[in-house]
Every structure is written in C-alpha cells, then in structure tokens.
Write a protein that binds this ligand. Structure first.
Ligand code: GDD
Ligand code: MN
Length: 380
C-alpha cells in the first residue's frame, strides 16, 4: 500500500458518500486506502460501511468508544492503524478538497521532505471557507503567534494550523506527541525538526453538517502552544520559584529560632538544593533517568553545580554593579535569569546526559539541547 488517507470524523454523516466518491476519483492509479477514525454519535460509521461496498478503493472505519484526545487523538490513532507509512490527514467535511491530494503526493515524491502541508496562505491557496471574519482574524493571529514561537522549525510552513497535510510516519516519534484538541500538525512540526514543504489549497465551504470548533478549542490551542514551547523548561522554572520561596521561609524560621543568619542561610540554601533535585528528578527529567548515570552521580553533579552557581553569582553581581553601573536589583534579576538558563542547560546536558554518546561540537550540543529540552512534554 502506498498511501493511507486518514479522515477524523465527528458527526459527518451527510458528507461521507461524497467524500469517498471524490477521494476515490482523486487517487485513481495510486495504491491507496481510506481510513475513517470516528468519534461520532450519529450514523457516520454506517454511512462509511455503506460507501465502502461500492468504493473503488479499500475503505475502513474505526469507531472509538472513548474519544481520547479528540481530533488530534483520532489522527494519532489513524497514524498507528494505517497500512501505509505515507499518510494524508484530511477533514471529513470536504473543506479540504480531495482534488489537492495529487499535489501533496507529487511534492512528497520529490523525495526531500517528511511533511507536505496543504496551506491556505500560499499563493494559489485561500481561506475562503472560514465561517466568518472573526475566524479569519483568529486564524491569522494565531498563525503569527505560532510562527513567532517557532521561527526555525516553522520556517518553511505558512499554515501550521491547517488540518490537511501529508506525513511520512517513519519520520515521527509518535510516542512524544501529546494530542490536545485540534492542532495536531503543530504538535508534529514543533516536537521535532522535520523537513517540510507546502502546496497551496483552497479551503472550501463545509459540504454538510456543522463545525465542531469551539472557544474551548481555542483555549486548548493556547495551552498547547505554551506547553510545546516551554514544556520542560516551565516546570523547571516553577520548581525553581518554589525553591526560592522555601529558601526565604527557612531563613526566616531559623533566625526566628535564634540561629545565626549566616548558618541559617547556608542550611536554607543546601536544603533547597536537595529539594530542588528531588523535584526535578520526579517532574522534569523523569524520562531521561533510565538512560543517564546513576542517581548518586546525578545528585553529585547537580549539587556541585548549584553550590558553584551560588559562589559565582555574587561576584558576578558585584562586577555588574561596580563596572557596568547596574543597580543591585537589575544585577540580581539579570544574574538570576542567566543562572536559570545555565542551570537548565547544565542539567539537561550534563546531569541527565545519556551514559554513552558520540559528541558533536559542544556549542552545537548546547544549542540543540536547549532547543530539544525546552519543547519536551512537561505537563504539571
Ligand atoms: N474523530 C474525531 N473526534 N474527529 C473530530 C473531532 C473529534 O473529537 N472533532 C472534530 N472532528 C473532525 C470533524 O468531523 C472534521 O472532519 C474535522 O475534524 C474538522 O472539524 P471541523 O468541525 O470541520 O473544524 P473546522 O473546520 O473548524 O477546523 C478545521 O479547519 C481548521 C483551520 O481553520 C480543521 O481542519 C482544523 O484542523 C484546522 O485547523
Ligand atoms: Mn471543517
């Protein structure tokens, strides 16, 4: 089998027959199958089975009892069940014209990309079928925001929000994908650097039925964007912030008990360093522990780094204040921010480094690691 066309459906009964007919016509001569991944409460699956009987290509439907992950979950499930490695994902309401499929295949056939995006924003494409002016603006703004967040990974993609694309599943790390709502392509493109190209398409009016996009989907999208960009790093930051609060609290409690403030500060710093390590072990780098060196060695590296940071940060601050005339507050803020980034990179690169690896240049490693780690799944 050369191609699987995955169609996620939620109550698309009035569109099924037409979709099967037009898709079959569009892929004549290609060894292709149609795979519906369905979460409907109407009779969409029956309509698919009826259409399958007369269709000139194999048509399957998988009906899911629990609609895990909604649209994105359905697409992932489809990628797992597909007979072919090359898959095209297409909506079930004919807003994505099946007649664009040959252009997607042809572009992929050039052999230099893993993903081909059908874009509304390339010349020759259009987003005419978006329900109203408000959706046009929402779509434009969210596209801009998304591209700003991933300027490098989305360099070649003008429409990361489209639901119409070709992907070679061999290029994906499916286990790392977290389907949340609608934007599965964004998830695919942001998690890993893939080679992508685009072809234009005209986003049509819905054939029948009604749109399932909601305000809630919009909120899902913002949460997804945040977690994609700052996933691991934001959990790391939250834990760091909690540590700072705990630090102050411990100093306060100990001095209130009459402990000398220098001793109190040392105890508080070491206690937070240990607490921090335990929390990031559990909540930030849990997926890297198995490959990394043993826990005591990890602790030794983390502990040494944090103490060194403590020692180095104060003179650096002093230097900023005396030489660059920074105010004390600004110097504190700048050194804390720098320390945060260096700490994050050090932990992902050194503390949780896989036990053996062939090494590219350290500078390259630093950048790759920062980029890879920051987008890893890291929900709280
Ligand atoms: N299996 C499954 N489960 N399918 C779903 C679900 C779900 O929970 N929710 C929606 N779908 C299916 C619909 O049946 C349809 O085939 C497709 O996903 C898109 O849903 P629509 O309700 O038609 O959404 P839209 O037209 O507003 O959104 C489309 O355009 C956006 C671009 O503006 C989608 O293609 C989006 O992915 C795309 O971003
Ligand atoms: Mn639609």
């Amino acid at each position: 089998m050369q191609l699987t066309i995955i169609v996620p459906t939620f109550n698309e009964a009035p569109n099924v027959a037409e979709l099967v007919t037009r898709t079959a016509a569009a892929v004549q001569g290609v060894d292709a199958e149609l795979l519906f991944v369905d979460d409907s409460t109407d009779d969409t699956p029956d309509r698919v089975r009826a259409a399958a009987e007369t269709a000139p290509l194999p048509v399957r439907v998988v009906h899911r009892e629990h609609a895990e992950g909604g649209l994105g979950g359905a697409v992932l499930e489809g990628l797992g069940l597909a007979s072919a490695d090359v898959c095209i994902v297409m909506d079930g309401d004919l807003q994505h014209p099946p007649e664009t499929i040959p252009a997607l295949l042809e572009r992929h056939g050039e052999g230099d990309v893993d993903v081909v995006v059908a874009s509304r924003y390339r010349s020759g494409g259009s987003s005419g079928g978006l329900a109203d002016q408000r959706r046009v603006w929402v779509s434009r703004l969210s596209t801009l925001l998304t591209k700003a967040m991933f300027p490098i990974r989305l360099r070649d993609v003008s429409d990361p929000m489209t639901g119409f694309f070709l992907v070679d599943r061999r290029a994906l790390n499916v286990a790392a994908l977290r389907p949340r709502g609608y934007k599965i392509l964004l998830e695919i493109l942001a998690r890993k650097t893939l080679r992508a190209a685009e072809v234009p398409f005209v986003f049509d009016d819905r054939h029948g039925g009604y749109s399932k996009a909601t305000f809630r989907q919009g909120m899902h999208f913002l949460a997804q964007l945040w977690q994609l960009r700052f996933g691991k790093m934001s959990v790391f930051a939250v834990i760091g912030g909690l540590g700072a609060i705990a630090n102050v609290g411990i100093v306060w409690a100990l001095t209130a008990l009459g402990v000398n403030y220098v001793v109190a500060a040392i105890i508080a710093a070491e206690a937070t360093i240990i607490g921090n390590f335990l929390l990031i072990e559990r909540f930030v780098f849990q997926d890297m522990r198995a490959e990394a060196s043993n826990v005591w060695w990890r602790f030794a590296k983390s502990f040494t780094f944090n103490n060194a940071e403590l020692v180095v940060r104060i003179p650096v601050m002093a230097f900023m204040v005396s030489t660059w005339n920074f105010t004390a507050v600004l110097a504190t803020a700048v050194t804390l921010a720098l320390a945060f980034i260096v700490r994050f990179v050090f932990h992902s690169l050194v503390v949780y480094a896989p036990r053996t690896q062939g090494k590219p240049s350290p500078a390259r490693q630093f950048l790759d690691e920062l980029d890879e780690q920051a987008v890893r799944p890291g929900e709280l």
